[in-house]
Ligand binder design. Structure first.
Ligand SMILES: *Cc1c(COP(=O)(O)O)cnc(C)c1O
Length: 637
């Protein structure tokens, strides 16, 4: 990797540093003039649009930072890839069933997303998976009749009734039975309404699978039937003469499973269940293998929790081949394969863009040529270290400087050293640490020490956003997302930084990054330029982030803009949702904005009476208060 003080730094170097071609998966790239571009394939060829252009267009429509940007084309691209990759695997394996995708609504419930999946997915018969009453209602409203609906999770009478009516309307609405007691209610309601149910069973697999939330699949999972319960459900259905309703077998191994061999083991086990049930006469037709298809957030194609050691075609091939092979000995008819790939469908389509409001630099202030003659012994020693232009034994020098620094601080606490002397000493320490870090980088000899030093010396870039609102998984489960500037990438990013958000919370920061396929504790960034926005993008964040966010410090929803890129490189802004205003956020915690204004008015009126402000000033103050109530919860720069 090229040194970041190299004079001939180019976009190519940035592409390597930030790994955009790896995690970007052919959706994002860099232009030679240093901009992040979105790449969209059209039948007539590839169109490339810089994000800066989209940001400018959206800004001109009044949406400032932070901004959640949805690129509709990328959602279509993923849906298409998922379906064409399965189609290819089916041909390659001479598989007799077809593939049918289902989008699990919980992964992104936003209307814009569900509408687009229903619209574009119609060509592939893409269905929806619902886990609650609200999700079922929105799924029914968006899917055309005839569409496939999978209902997982707890179901009450109302839920069941609606699902049964949906069947009557022509939907293929499956109730996936998760517990034996549920079955009784479904059969009861079905008899009362006179509508045959479509049934599935959710199994628990014992194959050990890594990845996130894999406890959703094993013995102790709160979802799914144990093997004994499964057999019991089959027997009950047989007894009631309803076995023909049981057409689907469902299993969900977990989310973001990085290792393909573990997926294969889980699929093999699920297929064994399928084979034996089919062999004993259960008229199964669908095998639903749930979610788990991972997104390579790191871009190093490994077994790291936020990567995966396979491509999408590998995954499809593995599923189709494993099902075919496992069923072969018993000559079972090959089922229609369903997956509920949520993350891999929507992650790429959304990115968060925010500007940097300020930077706290860890740079020494200007240092004198000579050490003041009255400086205490330790400060003099520190000065010598700083002046000797740190030479050979870099780490030894650093240790000495660190030791001096700590002793100087101690002397200050004991009153043996003045504030100004301490101030000089702190700057000297920073200067020494910088020199050591620069030399370590040049010598390329101790990358671990260098990373540790960089972390201690990292600048703090203050980003105009809230982690808790916009990137909840980054905070809650330490998820990694690719983060990088969207412009100036043909310039060397000479600073090392961590990013702090706007909340007054020490967890409100990004300090783990993905660089060239490895995890790092600092992010290389450019120094800010006067009068110019410096904009960072957080990529691949379309899955799971949007409805988990909270109102920490009362930062509300960001603006959301959905764009579609056209064949000629122009783009349409299809949907715009203004973020929360301060008044809206305050109402969510039970304040009445009007009442707040009234209370403040009384305070201002009293000030006029007491002659602390004039009537004109009162007007100005109240106008300001009122305008800010209506404004965005984030900051203007
Ligand atoms: C969450 C969930 C999914 C989605 O999983 P991804 O890994 O995001 O594809 C699919 N099916 C069920 C039952 C789920 O609970």
């Amino acid at each position: 990797m090229k040194r970041r003080n190299a004079a001939d730094w180019s976009s190519e170097d940035s592409a390597e540093l930030y790994g955009i071609r790896q995690w970007g998966d052919d959706n994002f790239d860099l232009s030679s003039d240093g901009k992040v571009v979105v790449k969209i394939k059209f039948p007539s060829g590839e169109v490339v649009v810089p994000l800066t252009e989209i940001v400018a267009g959206v800004g001109a429509r009044g949406h400032n930072f932070p901004l959640l940007l949805r690129i509709e084309n990328l959602l279509d691209t993923r849906l298409e890839l998922l379906n064409t990759s399965f189609a290819a695997a089916i041909v390659a394996n001479d598989y007799q069933g077809r593939y049918q995708g289902v989008f699990p609504v919980k992964v992104n419930q936003q209307a814009q997303v569900i509408e687009e999946i229903s619209r574009f997915g119609a060509a592939y018969d893409t269905g929806l998976e619902a886990g609650s009453k609200a999700e079922l209602l929105l799924a029914l409203a968006n899917l055309k009749d005839g569409g496939l609906l999978i209902c997982n999770g707890y179901k009450d009478r109302e839920f069941i009734d609606l699902g049964l009516w949906a069947n009557k309307l022509g939907y293929r609405c499956f109730f996936v039975v998760e517990s034996p007691s549920e079955l009784q209610l479904i059969l009861q309601r079905s008899a009362q309404l006179g509508i045959e149910p479509r049934l599935g069973m959710r199994i628990k697999v014992s194959a050990k699978v890594g990845g996130l939330w894999t406890e959703t699949s094993g013995d102790r999972s709160s979802f799914g039937l144990s093997t004994a319960q499964l057999v019991d459900v089959v027997d009950q259905l047989r007894e009631f003469g309803k076995l023909d309703c049981l057409q689907l077998l469902h299993c969900h191994l977990g989310s973001q499973i990085p290792d393909l061999e573990e997926i294969r083991a889980g699929v093999r086990e699920a297929s064994r269940f399928y084979a034996d049930l089919a062999a004993e006469g259960v008229p199964l037709r669908y095998l639903d293998l749930g979610g788990g298809l991972a997104v390579d957030y790191i871009g190093n194609r490994s077994k790291h929790s936020y990567s995966c050691n396979y491509t999408l075609p590998d995954y499809c091939h593995c599923l189709v081949e494993t099902v075919a092979q496992t069923l072969a000995p018993q000559q079972i008819n090959q089922p229609i394969l369903i997956t509920e790939s949520g993350r891999a469908t929507v992650a790429h389509t959304t990115l968060l863009l925010f500007n940097i409001l300020d930077v706290l630099e860890f740079r020494p202030l200007s240092l004198p040529q000579h050490c003041p003659t009255d400086a205490p012994e330790l400060v003099m020693r520190q000065f010598q270290l700083h002046r000797q232009n740190v030479a050979k034994d870099l780490l030894e020098t650093y240790r000495q400087a660190l030791d001096n620094r700590d002793r100087i601080r101690e002397q200050f606490r004991n009153g043996q050293l003045s504030l100004r002397q301490r101030s000089l000493a702190e700057s000297l320490f920073l200067s020494i640490a910088r020199q050591v870090s620069d030399k370590l980088e040049e010598s390329n000899q101790d990358p671990e020490q260098l990373a540790a030093l960089r972390q201690n010396l990292a600048d703090i870039y203050y980003g105009n956003f809230s982690i808790f609102q916009s990137l909840p998984d980054s905070w809650a489960i330490g998820q990694l997302f690719p983060v990088m500037p969207i412009d100036r990438l043909h310039e060397a990013p000479s600073r090392d930084a961590i990013i702090s958000d706007l909340t007054c919370d020490c967890d409100g920061k990004l300090d783990r990054f993905v660089l060239a396929g490895t995890e790092q504790s600092t992010l290389p960034l450019h120094p800010l330029r006067e009068g110019e926005d410096y904009v960072l993008g957080v990529f691949l964040m379309g899955a799971y982030q949007e409805t988990l966010g909270d109102l920490h410090n009362l930062f509300g929803d960001t603006h959301v803009v959905s764009v579609r890129i056209n064949q000629n490189g122009s783009f349409d802004v299809n949907k715009e949702l203004a973020g929360d205003s301060v008044a809206e956020v305050l109402s969510m915690v039970e304040y009445q904005p009007k009442e707040l204004l009234e209370k403040f008015r009384i305070t201002a009126e009293q000030a006029v009476r007491d002659k602390r402000i004039s009537v004109a000033e009162r007007q100005q103050i109240l106008a300001e208060f009122s305008a800010q109530l209506q404004g965005y919860t984030y900051y203007k720069h």
